[in-house]
Design a protein around this ligand. Structure first.
Ligand code: ADP
Ligand code: MG
Length: 625
């Protein structure tokens, strides 16, 4: 064991962050007090939980509390907790590195965010460093509950820190901030008191400022809903969610059966994950009789609800349950199910009450519900009701639910149809919606590549199958007449049966290497041809996702051979049925081009070099060279 002083460099990323923090705006400075108090409270929670599972703990007589002292003469602010403490190596690691710095983008994003709004610092798990906003020197004296000797960590935040062994400490951590000359106000009792009132009112341990307890320790979630004001909820949300703005939704509910639950859940306004900050950590804390047993619990809600913030408290849980045991505890699983269902029901109610607000929620957090559909079979039914998409009957950029779709559906229709495309305009210009327009059948537009994956996982909604409109065997087309039907005499020009059969046979041979089959379409109205997926094949957009992931892994495309449907009433096809008899070579080029065009309209990959070369050949022939 080292007793002498050791000097350590801050990790490069930490230095960068410290630089920003030290030079950040004065107006935001107060938050460093909040961050240090929140660390003290975390340390106390950790100790309280650990001590429940151990029979005799070190320094068990010291009360669980936070003590704050100010010294105007020496210009210091001292925050002491009797929590879990830190060993020498924990001091070195926890207060010298940034836990998530593994990813390159994290630190860049973090630096940018903190530069803009330093109060976000706590959200990124680097709140401690805020001490250097006001401190020219910070001392951390700590002794771990594991009883190893205590140590003192000292730094001026400029590049390195030292650690020295220190005898005679009690369990816990004392942080002494030696204030900068222009930060003297933090050595005044009234100033600290007002910061605690503003930011730390919900800390669940007594905070004693110069001997006076300044917070009222209370568990908001256990109080009666009717007695809690919006302001209290909002302050509490900012406290648990480390947030600076209000929440988008809030659900406070209590139940006695089948389990005793008090839950207070918040949906934030912003989604940091889609803003590029990497995966968000779960934000709901699990309590038992007001004692925190799992902070940022991964067990109390499914992974896809990780964006929620708040608290779940259940008296039914055993107090001394260890974190590992939570994972496969049957009671926790039951709690998770009850709370998840309740929350999804709440969302459904909100969606009906205020569709506009729900659309905002959907555009910010819908991606998590989609993740839920694909990863959690258990809640598919509830999640299906919450999905939203644009459709041929929705106003531009407005979304509809599958339930809306069912309401508008004609009674004979057996299936719910969707088609994927990059935009509304791209879909509406393509061949797949022609039959739907003609028959006035609503079709859902899935504009994200992931959507078809989601809908194929969902498989059905309210007993109706979900079907991609690029399937070969669409039931809405089954009673349509194709061009080979002699009785169908719309007066328009079309191919006769014999010419059709001849053309199809010839095309099958010419396109043998690229298509599964060539068939006569019942669905096409104007377009000459389209690609369809026979039974058992995935939809074209699913294939696209797969192709992209194969490319990422350095593998070439592997496309299944799809079917080509041709339109016997389209002038190009009618002419082609003549051409191949006279000029088979040129007709073959045209057939291949029709196939490539249809592939592009399906969003599938063609060989661009080959296509351009062929295209020029056809063009030269047209201009007569
Ligand atoms: P976060 O609190 O989000 O983890 P911080 O930068 O605030 O990030 O703190 C970094 C780490 O330092 C904490 O996770 C904890 O392990 C340790 N730490 C900070 N303050 C204390 C304290 N008062 N007692 C014990 N450990 C602490
Ligand atoms: Mg912290």
């Amino acid at each position: 064991m080292t007793t002498e002083t050791t000097t350590h460099e801050f990790q490069t990323e930490t230095k960068k962050l410290l630089d920003i923090v030290i030079n950040s705006l004065y107006t935001e400075r107060d938050i460093f007090v909040r961050e240090l108090i929140s660390n003290a409270a975390d340390a106390l929670e950790k100790f309280r939980h650990e001590s429940l599972t151990k029979s005799d703990v070190f320094d068990s007589h010291v009360p669980l509390e936070i003590t704050i002292d100010v010294d105007e003469k020496k210009q210091t602010l001292t925050i002491t907790d009797t929590g879990i403490g830190m060993t020498r190596s924990e001091l070195e690691h926890n207060l010298g590195t940034i836990a998530h710095s593994g990813s390159n983008t994290f630190i860049t994003e973090l630096a940018e965010a903190v530069q803009k709004d330093v109060s976000l610092i706590g959200q990124f798990g680097v709140g401690f460093y805020a001490a250097f906003m006001a401190g020219k020197k910070v001392r951390v004296q700590s002794r771990s509950w594991d009883e190893s000797e205590g140590s003192e960590w000292v730094s001026d935040g400029s590049g390195s820190f030292t650690i020295t062994e220190m005898k005679g400490l009690h369990r816990g951590t004392k942080i002494i901030v030696e204030l900068k000359d222009d930060a003297k106000e933090y050595a005044q009792k009234w100033k600290i008191e007002s910061i605690i009132k503003q930011y730390s009112a919900f800390v669940s341990f007594p905070i004693k400022l110069e001997g006076d307890t300044v917070n009222t320790v209370q568990a908001l979630w256990t109080r009666n809903r009717n007695e809690i004001t919006d302001e209290e909820y909002s302050e509490f949300y900012k406290f648990v969610g480390n947030a600076s703005t209000d929440s988008l939704y809030r659900l406070h509910f209590s139940a006695d059966a089948p389990l005793a639950i008090n839950a207070l859940l918040f949906v934030p306004e912003e989604n940091f994950e889609i803003l590029g900050f990497g995966r968000v950590e779960p934000g709901v804390n699990l309590y038992c009789q007001r004692i925190l047993i799992d902070q940022h619990s991964e067990n109390i809600l499914p992974e896809w609800l990780r964006f929620l913030k708040g608290v779940v408290d259940s008296e039914d849980l055993p107090l001394n349950i260890s974190r590992q045991a939570l994972q496969d505890n049957a009671l926790v699983a039951k709690l998770r199910k009850v709370i998840t269902k309740r929350f999804l029901k709440y969302l459904d109610e909100q969606a009906k009450k205020d569709p506009e607000l729900y659309q905002k929620f959907w555009s910010t957090f819908g991606i998590y519900l989609k993740e839920g559909v694909t990863s959690d079979y258990e809640y598919q039914k509830e999640l299906g009701k919450l999905l939203r998409f644009e459709s041929s009957k929705s106003e531009d950029t407005k979304v509809v639910s599958l339930a809306d779709y069912l309401l508008r559906m004609n009674p004979e229709q057996e299936e719910i149809y969707y088609i994927n495309g990059s935009s509304r305009a791209a879909i509406e210009a393509g061949p797949y919606v022609e039959m739907f327009k003609k028959k006035d059948i609503e079709i859902i537009y899935t504009l994200e590549p992931i959507d078809d994956f989601v809908l194929s996982h969902l498989a059905e909604f309210d007993g109706k199958k979900l079907v991609s409109a690029d399937r070969a065997d669409l039931s809405i087309a089954k009673d349509e007449k194709d061009a080979s039907d002699e009785s169908d005499d719309g007066g328009e020009e079309k191919l006769d049966k014999e010419s059709i059969n001849g053309l199809i046979e010839w095309m099958r041979k010419e396109l043998e290497s690229t298509v599964g089959d060539v068939v006569l379409s019942k669905r096409l109205v104007d377009a000459p041809a389209m690609i369809v997926n026979p039974d058992g094949f995935m939809s074209s957009s699913m294939e696209r996702i797969l192709a992209a992931s194969r490319k990422e892994q350095g593998m070439g495309p592997e496309s299944s051979k799809k079917n080509l449907e041709i339109n016997g009433r389209n002038p190009l096809i009618i002419k082609l049925a003549e051409l191949y008899k006279k000029d088979a070579g040129f007709a073959a080029e045209v057939a291949k081009q029709i196939h490539d065009n249809a592939m592009i309209q399906a969003g599938l990959v063609v060989d661009p070099l080959e296509m351009v070369e062929r295209n020029y050949k056809i063009l030269s022939r047209v201009v007569g060279s």
